[in-house]
Design a protein around this ligand. Structure first.
Ligand code: ATP
Ligand code: MG
Length: 609
């Protein structure tokens, strides 16, 4: 978050409010004091003037009352009045005139004595003479701008008749000067108070905002996930209580975050350790969460897939499909096969938000290559079986038809035809028997009857039996078998079947006069048996197929030899049930070697334990 500048800060607001309050207070106090002071000073001044005028008036009344007709020696009224006026000290700039009831000036304190005896027609003086009361008035002198107070005071005789008036003009500037001096002092005082107050205001604002700033800083840290620190609690006022609550909130959040973190790590470890791929997307298919397994199943880096659209990575072959359509189809099989078959099943389910709206999808991916492979093999197997059985049955039918049509009467053809039908039937029986064997092996219905057996001796017996059967020494059987006793844990019947299959193949595909070599070797904890012929061999690209069910390298030819293509498949099943392995080595035209291994007795014990 941006740092709050000083001009936007709460500190400045505090200071401004503080100053404004102070200014208002000063203003109110100042104006009130100024007004009161002004009227007080003016009153005082007027009172002083009143006192003096009263005294003057008294003296003048006495003078006016004096009887002057008897004594001619005495000074005239005008002279006496002038004397009295001269004695009066009004201080400052004042003009004093004494005027009789005719409006003539009897005396003045002016230097200019010429006006004495002149008649004055001033309105205020006329008013004073007429009313016989004190008349006050103020005006502002145009030239100097001074405030002037004018007073007209009547002079009354014993009979309370007006003899004249005292006219006084005095400047009030001295009073206002005093007032402005006082105002100056007040202003200076206020300024000092204001400066001091601002300083104190700043300190107070700091003190108040400091915990708030600390809390703000802490809140920013909390937002970043740092809950390690706490704010300082400075006292017990509201802000301090806020700080306490804030620290409490910090603790709670820390706790909640830890819980959430724990849950999240649990979830992520569950997701990480799942063999199924899990992908969470929003409603449009944008990936928000994906686990390792999902990345592996899609053969893409899961980190790279985040925020990408899932639909683009499902290889839906250009079909524009939305997440909702996919979800409605429940689960789909994604074909990622290139050289090898690779199939992934995707299951979709919706996630709803609080308002029951679809907010996203969970896609679960699983590798179904094996399942699908088995399913395909099963289908293939069924079709193979039907096909393999149909061929001999068709042959049977055509021969039987021929016989019914009259061939039975032909003494030459009939036995031949019957022989063919018999052979075909035999072949079918063999095939069905083999199929039954295989199915028993598959379903593990048949358990092996294993006994301890000396393998070398067992092999000799089997070869002996073949030697008896191979007439005319058409094929030579050569034994490269050590003389020592080699004990293995085998089901003799099944193992006989294994050797019969391998040896009969070798005989079947060997030319006349060919040699079949038998070899037994001990290798680590197992014996390796190899049966090598000098027959037609198997092409390299067909080598790994000969153990498949119904596989025959050359169909037409081997059918003549009565093969079903199931012999080696059964052989492999039996060997593997004995914890052995079977493999082949061959070169076309040079011969074939079939190898198989079996665990030695000690090894078997160890395994069975
Ligand atoms: P069945 O054994 O049921 O009579 P089959 O011999 O044709 O029929 P398998 O024993 O499973 O079937 O053999 C599968 C195929 O492998 C054979 O058809 C043949 O093409 C090839 N094959 C097996 N052994 C040899 C061998 N020794 N030399 C050359 N080809 C062989
Ligand atoms: Mg065979």
């Amino acid at each position: 978050m941006k740092k709050v500048g000083f001009f936007r800060s709460i500190q400045l607001k505090f200071i401004i409010i503080y100053i404004l309050l102070l200014l208002i207070a000063i203003q109110v106090i100042g104006s009130y004091v100024a007004r009161e002071l002004e009227s007080e000073l003016l009153d005082n001044y007027k009172e002083t003037i009143n006192d003096r005028i009263d005294l003057l008036g008294y003296n003048l009344e006495l003078t006016f009352d004096k009887d002057r007709s008897e004594n001619k020696e005495e000074p005239t009224l005008q002279e006496e009045v002038q004397n009295i006026v001269n004695d009066v000290n009004l201080g400052g700039q004042s003009t004093l005139q004494v005027i009789n009831n005719q409006g003539r000036i009897l005396g003045t304190n002016d230097y200019n004595q010429d006006i004495v005896g002149k008649k004055i027609t001033d309105e205020i003086i006329q008013k004073g003479i007429k009313l016989g009361t004190t008349v006050d008035s103020t005006y502002i002198k145009r030239k100097t701008g001074d405030r002037i107070l004018v007073r007209v005071e009547p002079i009354l005789d014993k009979e309370r008749e007006i003899k004249g008036v005292i006219y006084l003009e005095t400047s009030l500037e001295s009073v206002y000067d005093q007032l402005s001096n006082i105002n100056d002092i007040f202003f200076k005082g206020s300024t000092i108070a204001l400066v001091v107050s601002i300083l104190i205001g700043i300190l107070v604002a700091r003190a108040i905002t400091k915990p708030i700033i600390e809390m703000r800083r802490q809140a920013q840290k909390m937002a970043r996930g740092d809950f390690s620190q706490k704010v300082k609690v400075y006292g017990s006022d509201e802000i301090s209580q806020l700080a306490v609550t804030f620290n409490h909130l910090n603790d709670r959040l820390k706790h909640s975050m830890a819980t959430i973190e724990k849950e999240r790590s649990k979830l992520s470890s569950v997701l990480a350790n799942m063999s199924e791929g899990v992908i969470a997307t929003d409603a449009e298919g944008q990936i928000t969460l994906i686990n390792e397994a999902a990345g592996k199943l899609l053969s893409k880096n899961p980190n790279y897939l985040i925020n990408q659209n899932l639909l683009e990575h499902l290889e839906l072959e250009g079909k524009v499909v939305g997440m909702t359509e996919l979800q409605e189809s429940g689960s789909i099989i994604l074909d990622f096969s290139t050289e090898e078959v690779y199939l992934v099943r995707a299951n979709f389910s919706k996630i709803f938000d609080d308002y029951d709206k679809v907010s996203g999808f969970i896609t679960v991916l699983s590798d179904v290559t094996e399942e699908e492979k088995i399913e395909r093999e099963r289908r293939e197997f069924v079709s193979n079986v039907s096909h393999e059985l149909r061929t001999p049955l068709t042959t049977l039918r055509s021969y039987l038809e021929a016989l019914t049509d009259g061939a039975w009467k032909d003494e030459e053809i009939a036995p031949h035809f019957l022989k063919v039908t018999q052979d075909e039937t035999e072949r079918m029986i063999r095939m069905v028997t083999s199929l039954l064997d295989l199915s028993r092996m598959d379903s593990k219905a048949e358990t092996l009857q294993r006994r301890r057996a000396n393998f070398t001796q067992f092999l000799h017996e089997i070869i002996d039996r073949f030697e008896m059967n191979v007439k005319d020494e058409r094929i030579i059987l050569n034994r490269d078998i050590p003389n020592e006793e080699t004990y293995v844990w085998i089901d003799k019947d099944k193992m006989t079947q294994v050797l019969d299959n391998i040896i009969s193949n070798a005989v079947k595909y060997s030319p006349d006069g060919g040699t079949i070599n038998f070899k037994v070797e001990k290798h680590m904890r197992r014996i390796i048996v190899s049966i090598k012929d000098e027959g037609i061999g198997i092409a390299y690209d067909k080598l790994d197929k000969i153990f498949d069910r119904f596989y025959r390298a050359d169909k037409s030819r081997t059918r003549d030899l009565g093969g079903t293509g199931l012999g080696l498949a059964i052989t492999q099943e039996i060997i593997e049930a004995h914890y052995g392995k079977i493999w082949v080595d061959s070169k076309e035209g040079e011969g074939t070697t079939i190898y198989f291994s079996l665990p030695l007795m000690n090894e078997m014990r160890r395994r069975n334990r």
